[in-house]
Design a binder for this molecule. Structure first.
Ligand code: ZN
Length: 165
């Protein structure tokens, strides 16, 4: 329990930070506590502080390019670490749905997780030519999807804000 959800001024969830970072933002008057854990307090010698679970920035931060980068690890994550063709979790690699040789680009909606076997079977063929089908259509994941799915834990107090985003 040391992660804090950060909301933009308009209450949109934008990030997770550790509690130390959250405190610095609060002490610098850059953020306020929106939700706090009820049963935990932080104590200094003289004072007692709420242990924040959600903080909100006092000024709006413009984040137009907050995107998940297209990396091998992130494609695996999006696909639940299994082959999109057969569901295998072994020897995973990346596959271009429309093969590079046929002009397929390295973009989110053309990249999938494939096991070594399916990847070699497909080779430079299209889905149709290889007679293969995708279990899930590839898509660009949103930042919030990754945030909530992969922080390892979603605190109940975060949920209303994650749904809003
Ligand atoms: Zn496979």
């Amino acid at each position: 329990m040391n992660q804090v959800l950060v909301l933009n001024q308009d209450y949109q969830a934008i990030s997770l930070v550790d509690v130390q970072r959250a405190f610095i933002l609060i002490l610098l008057n850059k953020a306020n506590t929106v939700e706090a854990y009820e049963d935990v307090k932080l104590r200094s010698v003289k004072e007692e502080f709420d242990f924040p679970s959600v903080i909100r920035l006092n000024s709006y931060v413009n984040l137009p390019f907050k995107k998940i980068s297209l990396t091998r690890q992130n494609v695996f994550r999006r696909d639940g670490n299994k082959c999109v063709y057969c569901g295998s979790r072994e020897r995973l690699t990346l596959d271009h749905v429309i093969p590079k040789a046929q002009g397929g680009r390295t973009v989110w909606n053309n990249m999938v997780t494939a096991c070594y076997k399916c990847n070699s079977r497909k080779g430079d063929l299209s889905l149709k030519e290889a007679g293969m089908t995708l279990k899930v259509k590839p898509f660009r994941p949103s930042f919030i999807m990754f945030l909530s799915q992969f922080s390892g834990r979603v605190d109940d107090s975060w949920k209303p804000y994650l749904l809003m985003s």
